[in-house]
Write a protein that binds this ligand. Structure first.
Ligand code: C2E
Ligand code: CA
Ligand code: CA
Length: 723
């Protein structure tokens, strides 16, 4: 999933959650507020209902003294007295009690007295109000007809609000009853009809009492009775319209909402800010996560030290480039690169210096290669390059650039190191050949480049395979030979000028079960290149130790490879073999080559000093072929120089060789060193060397390398001759 996608998802989630929460809170609050408002309205409606009923009761109660009264029965029913009615009903009920309309009806519901707005009116004026009271009259007469009900009730009243003209009026119909012993003429008593306007002033008093805001009376059609609303139906008109009391309800919920809205707003703001912050942190976290994922991916495909592709990525790219061969016409080149003597840098300067060198190599390779090339560190000091779409000339040019780019001195924090590399190149054009084979071929070519003397590149050629197979087979057989102690040692005599044997040189011999005699010139370098030289040297030394015990007074020379000397465990091994065999160190002359001293490292120097302290003597083998540096001779505790066979073989005729040999002898003399001339094959050579002042000789003329027993015979023979 890509970053944008994840970000969008997270943003959606966060924003959705925030919005959801706010909506929910708002919704809950609104519901609660509306609920509170409804409850308040219901409460107000109940108040209004109760209040109106109360008002009617008050009016009815005020009428009671006038309708429950013997005298009223007598004066209104038994014998109607208009003057009495005017004085006791009109002026009291109308005037004192404040009823605007007062009428008296007889037993037949006929109006017999009227008083409106403070004045007596003709009873016929009742017509204007009669229609409004009909229902109430019927109800009161119904109660009157039921003696049980009449007995229960003290006063019989029925009230309702109705319109008189345009004004709402509370009409009350009351049954006139005796309070003691008066009797009506017939079964029915007179009725008192009163009317009080439910005027605005009344409503106002009412609303003040119940804290109703903006209370008013309205007459509306049924359809206009919007429900629910802050209203109470308090009556009906003759034409069926409703008389309602309306007011502006209190809305505590709404008030709450209003007072809570700043808080809600603040919460909303906080939620918005919070979700933005949350979004930003999650975004950062996602970024980090994706980065670390990319990092992990990079790490899994790259070498952590150099940042170059690792073997996995390399193989991947190689497979890919190889597959492209089917579609494209170009060639695919693979270069295998190996640093020469990297192990020495690591051993003498330490791993940090080794890492530094590797990083420098990577840096240089990056400047050498093109962007389309893949550079890889296969491990250790091995690198490889994939060069897609190339030609043999292009591959050769790149290989040359690599060899040149990775040569010369490199400044490391700890000192300077000499850099050089070997390169193996393989180029393929057809996809039939597998990519693994391509890498193998480059590796074989690299092998050959190293063998051919390092600091160079080599193209793969098919015959290399055969040579390599041979080599691999030989390597395996050498291992077996070491394990089965099949390696033997021959000794070549060293003599003085008279031909007297004064020492021997131990030379390794290997008879291969199928190939027969294999020359040390073949298997010693092989052992060096495959890490077996330590085992070979150790085997020869052990044998030489045992054999040395048989010969007294003979100096035994043993060859030590430069690689052995560089091995930190070498001296300890030598000591261990001495202890194991019981041989003496001072019998031995260790022959080392100049290349062993070339590195001039403290390790080698220390090893030589330790060997000297143990009693070993040291000879410089093949002297004159290498650097022949006087500095080595001064610095290291050398006892002897061995003049290389190449100078000896052209004696005595070659004046140049003669000059070299002469120079070596006088150099040795001036430094107090002995000299041994190697490869003396003719008497002429021997004579020339004796003339130069050389004291020791070695060569076929004086004795070929031979088994230890034969050396014993030579010594015995010599003794006999002397005797
Ligand atoms: P080297 O140390 O120079 O040994 C002397 C070589 O010269 C021997 O060859 C010997 O057989 C040969 N030689 C002696 N006299 C004559 C002569 O008059 N004419 C000719 N043409 N050759 C003569 P070899 O045994 O084949 O050994 C070759 C090289 O292998 C040695 O050269 C030495 O560098 C190396 N080598 C042999 N054995 C060992 C060993 O045990 N350890 C190590 N590190 N190297 C060894
Ligand atoms: Ca030697
Ligand atoms: Ca030699």
């Amino acid at each position: 999933m890509d970053r944008r996608n994840i970000e969008l998802k997270i943003f959606g989630l966060v924003a959705g959650m925030a919005a959801g929460m706010i909506l929910l809170a708002g919704f809950a609050l609104t519901i609660a507020a509306r609920h509170a408002d409804t409850r308040e309205r219901d409460y107000e409606q109940t108040l209004v209902g109760n209040g109106l009923r109360q008002r009617a009761k008050e009016i009815q109660a005020a009428l009671n003294p006038y309708i429950i009264w013997d005298e009223a029965i007598i004066k209104l029913d038994n014998r109607f007295d208009p003057a009495w009615a005017s004085q006791n009903i009109g002026q009291s009920v109308g005037g004192a009690l404040g009823n605007e309309v007062v009428f008296v009806l007889d037993a037949d519901n006929k109006s017999i007295y009227g008083h409106v707005a403070g004045k007596d009116v003709p009873p016929t004026a009742y017509a204007r109000y009669g229609g409004r009271a009909t229902r109430l009259i019927e109800k009161v007469r119904e109660i009157e007809a039921d003696p049980k009900k009449v007995a229960e009730l003290r006063a019989v009243h029925r009230s309702r609000v109705t319109l008189v003209g345009d004004d709402p009026m509370l009409i009350t119909v009351s049954l006139v009853r005796p309070d003691l012993k008066a009797r009506t003429r017939g079964p029915r008593a007179p009725l008192l009809v009163t009317g009080t306007p439910v005027a605005d002033s009344v409503v106002k008093a009412f609303s003040d009492r119940f804290l109703l805001h903006d209370a008013r009376i309205q007459v509306v059609q049924d359809t206009q009775l919007a429900t629910p609303a802050a209203q109470r139906v308090i009556g009906k008109t003759a034409d069926g319209r409703r008389i309602v009391m309306r007011w502006t309800p209190r809305k505590p919920g709404e008030e709450l909402l209003r007072s809570a809205s700043p808080i809600l707003g603040a919460a909303l703001l906080a939620a918005v800010v919070g979700s933005i912050l949350l979004f930003r942190t999650t975004r950062r976290a996602v970024k980090k996560l994706l980065l670390s994922e990319a990092e992990a991916k990079h790490l899994s495909l790259h070498d952590p030290l150099t940042g170059l592709a690792n073997r996995t990525l390399f193989t991947d790219r190689l497979v890919h480039a190889h597959a492209l061969l089917r579609r494209k016409s170009g060639l695919l080149g693979v270069l295998c690169i190996d640093l020469d003597r990297f192990k020495e840098v690591n051993d003498s300067y330490g791993h940090d210096a080794g890492d530094q060198l590797i990083r420098e190599v990577a840096r240089r390779l990056k400047t050498i290669c093109r962007d389309t090339d893949t550079i890889c560190r296969l491990g250790g000091d091995e690198f490889a390059i994939i060069q897609p779409d190339t030609t043999p000339a292009g591959a050769a040019a790149l290989a040359q650039r690599v060899v040149e780019g990775l040569s010369g001195e490199v400044d490391l924090t700890i000192g300077r190191a000499e850099l050089s590399c070997s390169v193996g190149v393989a180029v393929v054009s057809d996809a039939e050949q597998g990519q693994a084979e391509l890498l193998r071929q480059a590796d074989v070519a690299l092998y050959r480049a190293k063998e051919g003397g390092r600091g160079r590149y080599c193209f793969f050629e098919p015959e290399m395979d055969a040579a390599l197979r041979l080599r691999k087979g030989l390597e395996r057989d050498l291992r077996t030979a070491l394990e089965t102690e099949a390696l033997k040692v021959a000794y070549q005599p060293l003599t003085d000028a008279r031909g007297q044997i004064i020492g021997v040189e131990a030379l390794a011999r290997w008879t291969h079960p199928e190939r027969g005699e294999i020359a040390p010139a073949i298997f010693i370098p092989l052992a060096e290149s495959c890490g077996l030289i330590g085992a070979v040297g150790s085997a020869v030394f052990r044998r030489a130790c045992y054999d040395s015990l048989r010969w007294s007074g003979l100096e035994v020379s043993v060859n030590v490879s430069a690689l052995q000397l560089a091995d930190p465990g070498f001296v300890d091994d030598m000591v261990a073999v001495l202890a194991e065999t019981g041989a003496r160190a001072d019998v031995f002359m260790l022959e080392i080559t100049e290349t062993a001293l070339l590195k001039d490292s403290d390790g080698v120097h220390e090893a030589l000093r330790r060997l000297k302290r143990l009693g070993f003597r040291l000879a410089l083998d093949d002297f004159g072929t290498g650097y022949a540096s006087l500095a080595y001779l001064r610095r290291h505790p050398i006892d002897k120089l061995k003049i290389d066979r190449s100078f000896v073989s052209s004696l005595p005729g070659n004046s140049e060789s003669l000059a070299v040999a002469s120079a070596i002898v006088s150099l040795a003399k001036s430094l107090g060193l002995k000299t041994t001339a190697e490869g003396v094959e003719t008497q002429g050579q021997l004579d020339a060397l004796i003339k130069l002042g050389c004291a020791e000789f070695q060569g076929f003329l004086l004795g070929r390398p031979m088994p230890a027993d034969a050396i014993g015979d030579v010594i015995a023979g010599a003794r006999e001759t002397v005797r």
